[in-house]
Structure formats: structure tokens, C-alpha cells
Ligand binder design. Structure first.
Ligand code: BMA
Length: 304
């Protein structure tokens, strides 16, 4: 059974219809804001550096209005932003009335997780790098646990690329770090894993959509798996899918800047409609959409 159905007119945004010349537009943050779906894709320029742009649509599928000016350019006056910013994940922090965006910025020491905040997707405030390099694929939870922010991230420790969880009272000092979802030797997610979209709250637990890569003769092959975390103690993994549930199949996923990559970074969940819209980067070139039913996703996971 296919848990996610691709939009038949994918990609929804690609360099071809972009207002300026770019190498790729992919791996978007996604959230509902002001009656619209807002995407914050990573846009790679012709120097090879990435910035973010804002694209808005009323139905989250068609008629994307892409802003001409980059929403956030990288600025090498900040130490952590020597070579661009990538792969934003957006959460709305209830109680703080602001959106927190974790993203990867490229410091001299390697990729680091950085945070910025916004209230309107026009003005963005940088909060700087929050953890040492090398670390990537991070998102906050949209809620605190016992007064602490919780972050999922993917440091490289002793050459190993597992998914970790850490906690902080102030977004600055992090601790209680532990491995959450390790790579599985021999499996489709054996080489490295990383968080995809921000954690999504469901009645069965926090839904985690992650990418897993295996190295094949042609390079890294990126697919998508699922897990469920305990609602109150999110360091506890309740379920993890054995099989990948979305992998590169269509030409726009198989061929691009990096071949054979599906890389989800944003999701919009409509609980009343039982609908999960998954936004993903295809082959580091374009933004694509797939849709799933949350009830089917949870049913599948609870049998794992
Ligand atoms: C990851 C990140 C992503 C990219 C993916 C596939 O390490 O750099 O931005 O989409 O590799 O190339």
C-alpha cells in the first residue's frame, strides 16, 4: 500500500519557473500562516551557496507566489554562515507567538544547526548557531517538555550519523542528549539517517518522518521512513517502520543535481480532514508534494 500519493503535476516549484536563475529550489520548510501555506525552500545559486525564499499558496498545491527577493540571504559576517544556509524546518511555538526555524548554516568547521525566529515571514531574527559542528537535519518540537525546548538533530559522532534528541531551557545550552533513531546496519537506512519534517503531534504519539540513506554503486540513495515517539517522553521510540515508505521512483526524483533523492523537510497536517501534505526536495533540484491520510499512516505504524 502506498501511504503517500504524489501530486500528479509534480514538481510544484522548480528552477524553470523561478523568478531568477538558480541551480535548484528544494528541501522546503512548510507551515500554515495567515490562511496560506508558506514554503521556505532552500534556493541554491550559481555560486553553489544557498539562501531561503518565501513561496505562498492558498491551497498548498497550486498557484505558488514566489517572492522576488530572497527572504533570507546568508551573510558571511556571521561566523556560522560562511557558505550559505540550507534545509529550514519551521515550527510554531504556542505560547511564544513566534515561528522558530532551525536550519543548517555552513561554518568554517562544517555544517552547524542554527535558529532564527519570525512572526510574519518578512522579518527574521537570527539566534545563531546552537550546537557545535558537524550537525544537521534539526527541528525543534512545537511544544516544550517540562519547561524545556526539545530538539531532534543529527550530529556526526565517531563517524556515525544517528538521529539524536537534546533539551534546553533557553535554546542556547543543550543537554540530556541521547541517540533516538540509529542507523540500521544492512538496512535501507544503514549509512546515515536524519530528521525530515518537524515532529507532528498525533493521538498515538509524535510522528517522525525521517530520511535514511544507503550507499549504492551510484552514490547515496535517499528514502523516507517513519517513527512514533511517546507524546510526553519523546526520547522513547514507540514504533519505527521496517520498510521505507517513499523512495525515488519518478524521473524528477531519480535525475537531478543529486540523483535518487527524496528529502522531506515540511509537512502541513489538517486534523479535521485527516490529511497530511508532505513537501519534499526531489534530487536537490525541485520542490514536490505528496499527500497521505494520517489514519492510514498511524494504522500502518501501530502494526510495526
Ligand atoms: C543532505 C543535505 C541535503 C541534501 C541531501 C541529498 O546531506 O545536504 O540538503 O538534499 O544531502 O543530497
Amino acid at each position: 500500500m502506498n501511504l503517500f500519493k504524489r501530486y500528479d503535476k509534480n514538481p510544484i516549484i522548480s528552477p524553470r519557473e523561478f523568478p531568477y536563475k538558480v541551480s535548484g529550489v528544494f528541501n522546503p520548510g512548510a507551515i500554515k500562516f495567515d490562511g496560506h501555506t508558506v514554503l521556505l525552500p532552500r534556493v541554491e545559486d550559481l555560486r553553489g551557496f544557498s539562501h531561503f525564499c518565501v513561496a505562498k499558496s492558498e491551497n498548498g498545491i497550486t498557484d505558488w507566489r514566489i517572492e522576488r527577493n530572497p527572504a533570507l540571504e546568508f551573510n558571511s559576517k556571521y561566523n556560522e554562515e560562511r557558505w550559505g544556509i540550507e534545509d529550514p524546518r519551521i515550527v510554531y511555538m504556542k505560547g511564544e507567538k513566534r515561528y522558530l526555524i532551525t536550519y543548517v548554516s555552513f561554518s568554517q568547521g562544517g555544517p552547524v544547526v542554527s535558529v532564527m525566529s519570525t512572526k510574519d515571514f518578512r522579518n527574521f531574527k537570527r539566534h545563531g548557531a546552537i550546537l557545535p559542528p558537524e550537525d544537521k537535519d534539526a527541528s525543534l518540537f512545537p511544544e516544550k517538555f517540562n519547561g524545556l525546548y526539545a530538539l531532534i538533530h543529527r550530529p556526526i559522532v565517531r563517524g556515525q550519523a544517528h538521529i539524536w534528541i537534546s533539551f534546553s531551557p533557553d535554546l542556547r545550552y543543550w543537554g540530556d542528549s541521547r541517540v533516538l533513531l540509529p542507523t540500521r546496519p544492512g538496512w535501507w537506512d544503514s549509512h546515515h539517517v536524519g530528521l525530515g519534517t518537524p515532529p507532528i503531534k498525533t493521538k498515538e504519539g509524535w510522528l517522525i518522518i525521517y530520511h535514511g540513506a544507503r550507499i549504492t554503486a551510484s552514490g547515496a540513495l535517499y528514502r523516507v521512513g517513519l517513527a512514533l515517539l511517546d507524546l510526553y517522553e519523546p526520547w522513547k521510540v514507540v514504533r519505527r517502520s521496517k520498510e521505507w515508505i517513499l523512495g525515488p521512483e519518478e524521473t524528477y526524483e531519480m535525475v537531478g543535481v543529486s540523483d535518487a533523492v527524496v528529502f522531506p523537510t515540511g509537512a502541513v497536517y489538517d486534523e479535521n480532514e485527516d490529511k497530511l501534505m508532505l513537501y519534499y526536495g526531489a534530487a536537490d533540484y525541485s520542490v514536490c508534494l505528496a499527500e497521505g491520510k494520517m489514519s492510514e499512516i498511524l494504522k500502518f505504524l501501530m502494526k510495526e
